[in-house]
Design a protein around this ligand. Structure first.
Ligand code: LMR
Length: 331
């Protein structure tokens, strides 16, 4: 009888829904690297609030923002080992497991926010979640959350034409595609974690960086950068990844409410990103410490041409299926 019980999970200490109360909740640890008031920070907190409401406090999402628990280098490992249960990395940081996630860095791939949303809702996006590389590392992809288009900044000179980048060194998030992007502009790059980027810019370890307006604003990078150009040359977007064993071990009724909350938080995040980025650009323009150059479409086209080598080198890595799939979603 003992054996049968064990096989049914009865001997494994698995808890049932009734074991969780407001006083003794099921805890979901959610770690991320951006500020509380960033697009991701607000969406994560909204998710936590929805879970609290829907489960009447029986599930508690503990959100750890600003790399306070884990930074770029270790949050994925922490997820795989179950030390946290949920992360929302900028998708390019998944390059360690699957290089196709660098689709997001391909220069000028997405036309506008609607194109990005059409991709999130597509089968091609889902196919990234279905990869063996996730399941075999005990990870499940649950949702896409947008941030925005990235823009170049520097301390040396305004960045408009390809030659303006020559000889400068830029902070990059991760991966070979971003390295190749800067190389195409005759510039160097270094992978530096998000939490260390402010200091790297302040101390001159790197001259410049690339960010959506909202990250540049909420990390106060305008304090340590002199020039900002609205290049919108690439995207920075997130996906929600959870620890698979943990997620599947949640009692079914509670898991269903958490999934509902995640779906609603995803709609919230998808509605928030464009507005928050627009507001942040106004703020960056008004602070006075950084000179903002608003690029024209013609100027962007010249940068796009200069970055073509990135496609020559990486189209096969990202795969034709993914690149053509994204292209086909353009309106
Ligand atoms: C970065 O490292 O620049 C971003 O990935 C940070 C973030 O999560 O938005």
């Amino acid at each position: 009888i003992a054996l049968v019980l064990a096989a049914c999970g009865g001997g494994g200490g698995a808890k049932s829904s009734d074991d969780y109360t407001k006083e003794n909740p099921l805890v979901i640890k959610f770690s991320h690297v951006t500020a509380i008031d960033s697009v991701k920070g607000k969406s994560a907190d909204y998710f936590a609030k929805l879970v609290d409401e829907k489960t009447e406090g029986r599930v508690k999402v503990e959100v750890y923002p600003s790399s306070q628990l884990y930074g770029d280098a270790d949050e994925l490992d922490a997820l795989m080992s179950g030390n946290v249960h949920m992360i929302a990395p900028s998708v390019t940081k998944m390059v360690k497991l699957d290089p196709r996630w660098q689709y997001v860095d391909m220069p000028f791939l997405f036309q506008d926010a609607e194109h990005v949303q059409a991709f999130f809702d597509s089968e091609v996006a889902q196919s990234l979640f279905n990869a063996d590389a996730l399941a075999s590392n005990d990870i499940m992809g649950k949702a896409f959350w947008p941030n925005g288009f990235k823009n170049f900044s520097s301390n040396k000179n305004p960045l408009v034409k390809p030659e303006d980048f020559a000889g400068q060194k830029f902070r990059a998030q991760a991966g070979k595609v971003l390295e190749a992007q800067f190389k195409a502009l005759n510039a160097g790059s270094a992978t530096i974690s998000f939490g260390e980027t402010y200091a790297a810019l302040q101390q001159g370890t790197v001259d410049g960086t690339e960010n959506p307006h909202n990250n540049f604003d909420t990390m106060k990078f305008y304090e340590v950068q002199k020039y900002y150009s609205t290049s919108a040359h690439g995207r920075l977007d997130y996906a929600i990844f959870v620890n698979k064993s943990f997620w599947e071990s949640m009692p079914e009724d509670l898991g269903k409410l958490v999934d509902e909350a995640l779906a609603e938080a995803t709609t919230y995040a998808q509605g928030l990103a464009a507005d928050e980025n627009a507001k942040s650009l106004e703020k960056i323009k008004s602070v006075g410490s950084v000179e903002v150059y608003e690029m024209s479409q013609e100027e962007r086209d010249v940068l796009k041409e200069a970055m073509q080598p990135v496609y020559d080198e990486f189209a096969d890595v990202i795969t034709k299926e993914l690149l053509d799939g994204i292209e086909a979603l353009k309106k």
